[in-house]
Design a protein around this ligand. Sequence first.
Ligand code: SF4
Length: 339
Amino acid sequence: MKDIFGYTLEELEVFLVEMGFKKYNASQVFDWIYKKNIFDFSLMSNISKSLKCFLNDNFCANLLKVSKVVRDEKSSKYLLELSDGNKIECVLLKHDYGNSLCVSSQVGCNMGCAFCESGRLKKVRDLSLGEMVLQIVTVLVEECIRIDSVVVMGIGEPFDNFDVLKRFISVITCPYGLEIGQRHITVSTCGLVPKIKEFASLNTQVNLAISLHAGSDEVRNKLMNINRVYPIKDVFDALDFYISKTNRRVTIEYILIDGINDSEKDALDLVSLVKGKLMYVNLIPYNETSNFTFKRSNEFKINKFYDILKKNGINVIIRKNIAGGINAACGQLRAKESA
Ligand code: SF4
């Protein structure tokens, strides 16, 4: 059985035409699944009996199994089980301006960032297109809500699953499907330079975020293995290329860890990288877990770091810890289950 969520509209059109059906049948099926949330092909009243039979014989449309949900007032963290028993996470954040879902792109992650729960569990495999899309569909059905924005910042490095990522963007932006605006999608990478350039060349309006977490190679080498392959200069050259191609502002993610990357010098290093560029810095106080010795920077240091950036004309915010209380730092729920 093929997974109906594993097709882009164009792929489904080609397949159905090859099988003797009409091209427009694909958009009808998309409409039922993604707009009306009807997953039983027999109930799709505007398609022919022969197509219903064909779909029933060849496709499944199963949501992911919800293993666990941890909720608080503004967020829900889902542990979802895939058909092979592997588990992934996604996190729903309910903002005043809409619902945002942070999705995973891989089972585990091989990038090995020193502070990251997801990286503690090595990559088992990439997620399929269907598994990425189903995180959104499963949560919107469970919660009876619309998902307004999507962040690919959960478990895994999305640019290490690049082809699936491209098709995922195609499905979730499709006008017959979830119809999420490109500007409401953000992809976060730890800095795979060739893929940043390839992403820039796709000519989309999808936002790019980079997990930087240090303003010098010396500090970043200690936190992120990827920096030994693609040092900061190469990353910023690629980001300049992205900005020149898209004219989109890049988000710089910077987790503040006590005594590691939160000094005055660290702040000034960051200023020298970002100043004058179409970039925006998101300061994230570290979410402490029992598996690492890293500590969150104290309020004084966080505010001082922020002030240095602000005084130097950098666009910066300190991200509010909306979901920290439910272990929402990337990978924490899955890591707990596997412990
Ligand atoms: S921070 Fe991202 S890239 Fe780094 S180990 Fe965690 S999931 Fe992988």
